[in-house]
Write a protein of this length. Structure first.
Length: 489
């Protein structure tokens, strides 16, 4: 049954000429799974969902939508956490899940050419027989796809040493809003001209549709060591992070969890976490021989001098995997503590971690909502998880205000409103806080150069200047932190 309004029949007829019926979804029942991404606070139904499997089909779909001025929202696995794949009610979802083939593995150049629907973890699994792997490893890596990773510039627990997606992608092929197939970057280490590959990475589907990606692979480290340190105070754990980096050591991963996150993860994953600790650090070091042994010894000494109450080292690959499994499962584990939770994403200078966590605790008391903190401590990327119950009047609104205050706090502390989840629909208002009118105008100019009719993922990432003026939010409360009535630590 066709649920599209009569006025959209021309769109439907044109799309049916391109795709088999089972790959063009139009009924309300079929559209419901696409009404949101991993940020379910806002939900919308698109006019239709198109599921192409070839570049030619994508080009034809884009040509139809461009000629009819129909918005297009590209979607991968739908694991995004900022509403980046939220549908446009007057547009279509362009689902890229069928673009799921690994096209080439070149172990000599240590690269892999893949379609955007290939899962993050599948890349490392395919590279493993060659002794290689793909470094960025978001917690959703078992499900998230490389196209979405490029669109959001995804991170992960090992990005402190090996970089974000932007540092591990060499080339992408995109289809422009006019339907042209364009290659950005190359399989070599450098390319002449402007760095349009860097511009496309993290552009959140606003500038083009990604249809192919060449990723950089790395040799498997010869040896890894994983340390877990527990602390009686969050402040001691935070200070240990800065001390480790200041000592000239760049761990492969350096993660932090507070007590609420520890309890949730341990009950869910049974990772051996000390549930009475106020905070833990997970530190992974890689390398070989004496150099690795020296780094492990130095880090262990730093952790003890930073008042760690216990430092343990995994003694086997199974124990390493178990320690990381608890961290990787932290988000779903926290979901067992409350009917709903709101996952935030902001980045701050490492030396400000303790101060920011104290402010977040003060905000938690102000809003009367619990918060579990799980984050990439090494690069200052925070992920506060605000617990609430959407079934209780006003709790969702309080959670949203709480989250907004955390993001503004990150900006005030010299950080940014996102580290890896992107802006999407969620953080539009905070873009007004982060950037000036002139900066936002330049963003709009770039968008216009790629997409003059604003058909690609419209209403996301870049707020209008009118919206910012209405909010009066071009500056962070005139240099003051939100809610000056809250006691500070």
């Amino acid at each position: 049954m066709n649920d599209l309004p009569e006025s959209n029949n021309s769109l439907l007829l044109a799309l049916r000429e391109i795709l088999p019926e089972k790959y063009l979804l139009t009924t309300k029942e079929d559209l419901k799974p696409y009404e949101c991404d991993g940020f379910p606070v806002y939900r919308r139904l698109p006019l239709a969902v198109a599921l192409p499997s070839t570049i030619e089909e994508v080009q034809k779909i884009i040509h139809v939508c461009e000629s009819l001025r129909v918005p297009i929202v590209a979607r991968g696995a739908g694991t995004g956490l900022s509403g980046g794949a939220l549908p446009h009610e007057g547009g279509i979802i362009l689902g890229l899940a069928r673009f799921n083939r690994i096209l080439e593995i070149n172990d000599d150049s240590m690269t892999m050419r893949v379609q955007p629907g290939v899962r993050n973890l599948a890349i490392s699994e395919a590279a493993a027989p060659y002794g290689l792997y793909y470094a960025p490893d978001p917690s959703s890596q078992i499900a998230c796809t490389i196209g979405g990773n490029v669109a959001e510039n995804a991170g992960g627990v090992h990005c402190l040493k090996y970089g974000l997606t932007v540092h591990n992608v060499l080339e992408v092929k995109i289809i422009t809003v006019e339907g042209a197939l364009v290659t950005l970057g190359s399989s070599t280490l450098d390319t002449p001209g402007y760095d349009l590959l860097g511009l496309m990475t993290g552009s959140e589907g606003m500038l083009g549709i990604i249809v192919e990606v060449v990723v950089k692979l790395l040799p498997r480290p010869p040896e890894t060591k994983v340390l877990m340190a527990s602390f009686d105070t969050v402040e001691d754990a935070a200070n240990a992070v800065s001390t480790i980096i200041s000592a000239g050591i760049i761990p492969a991963g350096l993660e932090m969890m507070d007590n609420l996150a520890i309890q949730a993860a341990e009950a869910f994953a049974h990772a051996g976490y000390p549930v009475d600790a106020e905070a833990i650090l997970l530190c992974e070091l890689d390398g070989e021989g004496e150099q690795l042994a020296e780094e492990v010894s130095l880090v262990a000494d730093i952790l003890r001098e930073a008042n760690s109450i216990r430092v343990v080292m995994a003694s086997s690959d199974e124990e390493k995997a178990t320690l990381w499994a608890g961290r990787k499962a932290a988000f779903p584990a926290v979901g067992r503590l409350s009917p709903d939770y709101y996952c935030m994403d902001g980045t701050i200078p490492r030396k400000k971690i303790a101060a920011v966590l104290a402010e977040i605790q003060a905000l938690s008391e102000h809003y009367d909502l619990r918060v579990a903190n799980v984050f990439h401590a090494g690069d200052g990327n925070l992920h506060p998880l605000i617990l609430f119950d959407a079934g209780k009047t006003g709790e969702l609104e309080r959670a949203e205000h709480f989250g907004a205050d955390i993001l503004e706090l990150c900006v005030k502390m010299g950080g940014t409103i996102t580290g890896e989840h992107g802006v999407g629909f969620e953080k539009l208002d905070q873009m007004c806080v982060q950037f000036s009118e002139d900066e936002l105008t330049h963003f709009h100019n770039i968008k216009y150069a790629f997409d003059p009719y604003e058909l690609l993922n419209p209403g996301k990432v870049i707020p209008t200047l009118h919206r910012c003026a209405e909010l009066g939010a071009m500056h962070v409360h005139h240099g003051e932190l939100p809610h000056p009535d809250i006691p500070r630590f």
